[in-house]
Unconditional design. Sequence first.
Length: 481
Amino acid sequence: MLGKIRRYQQLAQKLEPNSHQRESLLKTVDQYLNSFQNSLGTSSTYHPDLPAGRNKEALCIKPFPENIESIIETIQNDIIVPGLNIASPGFLGFIPGSGLYAAALGDYIAATTNRFVGFRFTAPGATRLETELIQWLCGLVGYTKYAGGNLSSGGSLANFIAIVAAREHFNIPSQDYYRLVIYLTSQTHHSVIKALRIAGLSDAYLHFIPVDDHFRMDPVALRQEIKIDKQKRLIPWLVVATLGTTNTGSVDPIAEIVDVASSYQLWVHADAAYGGCFILCKSIKKKLLAVAKADSITLDPHKGLFIPFGLGVVLTREKEHLKQAYLYDDVDYLPELHDTAYETSAASLSPELSRHFRGLRLWIPLKLYGVNIFSAALNEKILLARFFYNELLKLENIEIACKPELSIVTFRYCPTHGNANRFNTQLFELIKRRGRVFLSTTRLNQKVFLRMACLNFRTHLENIVLALEELQTAIRFLLKS
Ligand SMILES: *Cc1c(COP(=O)(O)O)cnc(C)c1O
């Protein structure tokens, strides 16, 4: 038996490279990443998928080892290339991500050191860092020291965590769920409706409040509808305000909404996944100030703070509300938390237990560059959207959905004859296939619109000028064909 143990040990030891081997692995990875980063400005924003089956052999897992060069080659050619190049400065679709390199270093450190960050006891330093980071975010949105939060994997999970906290806080028996009313608009992100469903609230009533001509919730209608629902013996419960809608980047009037909601003791959730970080911009701050009165807020640093996908934030005005819903119960096989009033274990604030040390991927870039640089980059994005909008106004037959409030411009070309929806869909396809910039589409009142969403820190004036050129080239091409 001892012989066997030693033999297995010898094989298992291959899992631990020595410093020379580590250096050589890192060098290969770094070479690829350097070439990736250096070509971001010139590489295409879109690559069609590769023929099915092309990489099947390279992807299959084998009992024996393969070398890092061929593994990286597969990743480089077959895995990363096809699809949308979201890290590219020409990527102006959906809500762009960016992928700060410094954040990747945070991931690298987190994964290599592999602290267990679910409990304060196991990683007091990590809990401290994440607590300070969350408190900084609380300060940004105007929350006090009673607030708390959790770093989630993204905005959808943040919305879910908040909705469950709101459900638990109201403490409504499940047989009454069908009487609960949620107030939202046609522009609310679909992840909110999905979160309600997975929170067991499919039977609750979704009350879609009308929007104004800028696609913002009408707070007067909100008040009227709450009154009527109360008379019907329904239970008005939750208002979801969107600070930066996906379609048009519109900001619901949060001050008026919290005003209405508080007179009926409703929970206000502010979905600020896209728009929240613009609170760092002086010109936008005023519009977002009242978010401090919302009961819960979703932010998405993997959008507005440019870090790679995998980090959302949920904040609650009272940390207790998160704890009420997620408190870690003592279990026999796990240690005690050793929490303090200020430093709460992540496991007591979210559904997760073991998880990635997400705080580092945000904390390192913020420390390394300082917050002012992030403000500057976001200010630039706001102005780039205004510039794009101003230039569109000079073009003929362009209909603009509404004046941009943040960094999204939603517009369509109106051909003098023929089907406008088809024309705009073709415009989208043509611009996509040329691969110099990527715009996305949406529908507003059954009409197909194009969207220019600018949020990558790498996107600068020349990319926006190029987008305008690409748009005009595509329009001319389609009008001729
Ligand atoms: C992006 C977004 C979400 C979803 O966030 P993920 O990070 O993609 O899960 C929710 N709401 C709004 C307004 C968003 O922009």
